[in-house]
Design a protein around this ligand. Structure first.
Ligand code: SF4
Length: 377
């Protein structure tokens, strides 16, 4: 059976730039969006990998739903034409509240998307304003409930550790999100990234972030409460009702190969990693000129592949499968990482059950410390 490959499509446009955002996204006029779609379709059509079965497709951004349904259809059709998409493939689109209405959501479902991931971030007007989001709490709730009329699989993103956010705010957001009865919740701690408005405010000492202890309490509340509300944690930042874990992301964490199309998109073929030029105008220009838009990021050595297998696998609550490690690398993980595994078991950061090596709850909280131990070079 041919090896499976996931497909990622990047749409680098947004209605406004959020204050914390360091993603490859920008506000762009309609004509640039149109040229981008044409370039993206040309890039997809120029790939020659149609033999690979595709179990998942992910339209991410940016805000993919800033495009029209016609534009999304063009891209969707190009993917379908160029790949052998599994009949039961998980096909996700990211959408932001305030960019979709009932007709649009119905249109997405009719196109063939079967999972929608909503960038809600918070259900609190004051915090949404601080984040620079275009939606209100009311819009977020309405978008989720409308999406549920068309999609069985609705995910939402939340954030914690935000400026002026209190533990009570986090509790309210988590309870509201669960009350909405979505199938999947991703929850991320804020990271202040260079080049963002938040970064400048932080430099000037004006960001008013909650202190480390409060962030720790927020984390503890989230990780203890979501499972009680029916959302099992299956990855460091991801919680799902049974059967609704993101198949696309699990593919990524278990080392599945993927093709990324669009400005700044990354691809991984097992032997190498490549990335596309990130600047949208240059991307369009190069595609029009028939030039290559991708550049080599890394030739993946065996050492790098082993490290990555461990970092990514440990993000999953079920952990690394030592049998798969042996099959893939021809070595025993307990030989390669003897001291590292023993040390972290002793510290209570790792656990072992059958063939699996996993982070304990304490290990999840201190993930970066454990990941650093798994560096071989
Ligand atoms: S909607 Fe998402 S991608 Fe767009 S600016 Fe905001 S955080 Fe960035």
């Amino acid at each position: 059976m041919a090896e499976k490959i996931s497909v990622y499509i990047h749409i680098p446009f947004c209605a406004a730039k959020c204050n914390y955002c360091a993603f490859n996204s920008k506000v762009a006029p309609a004509d640039l969006r149109e040229s981008y779609v044409d370039a993206l379709v040309a890039e997809i059509n120029s790939n020659h990998s149609s033999l690979f079965p595709v179990p998942s497709i992910y339209f991410g951004g940016g805000t993919p739903t800033i495009l029209t349904l016609n534009q999304l259809e063009k891209i969707f059709n190009a993917v379908q034409k160029n790949f052998r998409v599994d009949a039961d493939a998980e096909i996700t689109i990211e959408a932001n509240p305030g960019t979709v209405d009932k007709n649009f959501l119905r249109g997405l479902r009719e196109l063939g998307f079967n999972r929608i991931s909503l960038g809600v971030q918070s259900i609190n007007d004051a915090l949404l304003k601080i984040l620079g989001r275009i939606h209100t709490a009311r819009t977020a709730i309405d978008t989720v409930t409308t999406a549920q009329n068309f999609f069985d699989n609705v995910s939402l993103d939340l954030m914690y550790g935000l400026p002026r956010q209190t533990l009570a705010d986090v509790k309210a957001d988590v309870q509201r999100a669960a009350y909405l009865n979505v199938t999947h919740i991703s929850i991320y701690g804020l990271e202040v990234e260079e080049g963002t408005k938040f970064f400048h405010l932080h430099e000037e000492g004006k960001l008013n972030l909650p202190d480390e202890n409060i962030c720790g309490d927020m984390y503890d509340y989230i990780t203890a409460t979501l499972p009680r509300l029916g959302y099992e944690r299956y990855e460091v930042s991801n919680f799902a009702k049974a059967g609704f874990e993101s198949r696309h992301n699990i593919g990524y964490w278990t080392g599945r190969k993927y093709f990324g199309f669009g400005a700044g998109a990354h691809s991984y073929t097992g032997e190498k990693r490549t990335s596309n030029i990130a600047d949208v105008e240059s991307y369009v220009k190069k595609i029009r000129a028939g030039s290559d838009v991708s550049q080599l990021e890394e030739v993946v050595t065996k050492t790098a592949a082993i490290e990555e297998f461990c970092f990514l696998g440990l993000r999953l609550t079920e952990g690394i499968d030592s049998k798969i490690f042996s099959e893939r690398f021809g070595e025993n993980i307990f030989d390669v990482y003897k001291n590292v595994i023993e040390k972290n078991l002793r510290l209570g950061l790792l656990g072992i059950s059958g063939d699996k090596i996993f982070l304990t709850a304490r290990g999840m909280k201190l993930g970066n410390v454990v990941f650093a131990d798994f560096l071989l070079s």
